[in-house]
Ligand binder design. Structure first.
Ligand SMILES: Nc1ncnc2c1ncn2[C@@H]1O[C@H](COP(=O)(O)OP(=O)(O)OP(=O)(O)O)[C@@H](O)[C@H]1O
Ligand SMILES: [Mg+2]
Length: 261
């Protein structure tokens, strides 16, 4: 099957950095596939996500390509891919009502009137399980908890029915329980809306639970990629083994869950 997304030998540098942030990255993503990208802080996960979304204004592509073979053209934000970031604050505009933000994404790409787009927004707020969705349309982001803001951000990201949803640590700022709920929501939406998923996390357990395949990044390189269960059961790269060992240590520690979302 023709890949939805394809990176070939992609290398990117930021100004004044001695090492490239992405080095010779090659990977393919099939339509409908769920790929998790894992790696420690600074390994290049967000840079990779932003490169796919053409959101790296400060980065320079030194070599390689990013293409969308099954589209046969370059990808459009909104209708081809939607993105959710880690910080709920950076996903939503604080001075715009929720309804406008979600409806705008639908209106712009699906060629709808405001009234039609508002109906789509309402439907999406229901899908992401925002309480009192009619009232939520007229509310502002600060009136919601962090977990609810992430749900709204997901609604806005999928409003134009993108083929690919890129979630960059979309659940990391949330406490464990809310994180699990949002992960389940993403899982459900990806299936019902027939989307492809690029899920970025530093949590290898979460990655293996959610993804078909796992890509492991280390210092800008893609050091390992394969089926999730294989990567976890039989990691080939020493760095992946290190990630797994560290995770087991962390998991043995007692868990303290944070405040309400
Ligand atoms: N806008 C930028 N300008 C310069 N350097 C940057 C920029 N963004 C990222 N970098 C550098 O690129 C490297 C990769 O950063 P990136 O944010 O992609 O890592 P990450 O894996 O997403 O980390 P984290 O888990 O902390 O989010 C790091 O060395 C970082 O300092
Ligand atoms: Mg990051």
């Amino acid at each position: 099957m023709t890949a939805l997304l394809k990176l070939e030998g992609y290398t990117l540098t930021y100004p004044r950095q001695t090492e490239p942030a992405l080095i010779d990255i090659s990977l393919e993503l099939a339509a409908g596939e769920k790929l998790a990208v894992i790696g420690e802080s600074g390994s290049g996960k967000s840079t990779l996500a932003r490169a796919v979304a053409c959101l790296n204004p400060r980065g320079t592509c030194e070599s390689g390509t990013i293409s969308w073979p099954s589209l046969g053209r370059s990808a459009q934000a909104g209708s081809d891919f939607g993105m959710v970031f880690q910080d709920p604050g950076s996903n939503l505009n604080p001075v715009l009502r929720i309804g406008e933000q979600v409806a705008e994404a639908a209106r712009e790409h699906l060629d709808l009137s405001w009234k039609e787009a508002e109906a789509v927004a309402l439907d999406l707020l229901k899908k992401v399980q925002i309480p009192q969705p009619e009232a939520a349309l007229r509310a502002y982001p600060h009136q919601f908890s962090g977990g609810q803001r992430q749900r709204i951000a997901i609604a806005a990201a999928i409003a134009a029915r993108p083929r690919l949803l890129i979630a960059d640590e979309a659940t990391s700022a949330l406490d464990t329980l809310v994180q699990a709920e949002i992960v389940r929501l993403i899982e459900t939406l990806v299936t019902t809306e027939k989307m492809t998923l690029m899920f970025i996390t530093h949590d290898i357990a979460l990655a293996s639970q959610l993804a078909d395949r796992i890509a492991v990044m280390h210092r800008g390189r893609l050091v390992e990629i394969g089926p999730a269960e294989e990567i976890v059961a039989n990691p080939r790269d020493p760095y992946t083994r290190h990630l797994l060992d560290t995770h087991i240590d962390l998991d043995d520690a007692p868990r303290i869950s944070g405040g309400a979302a």
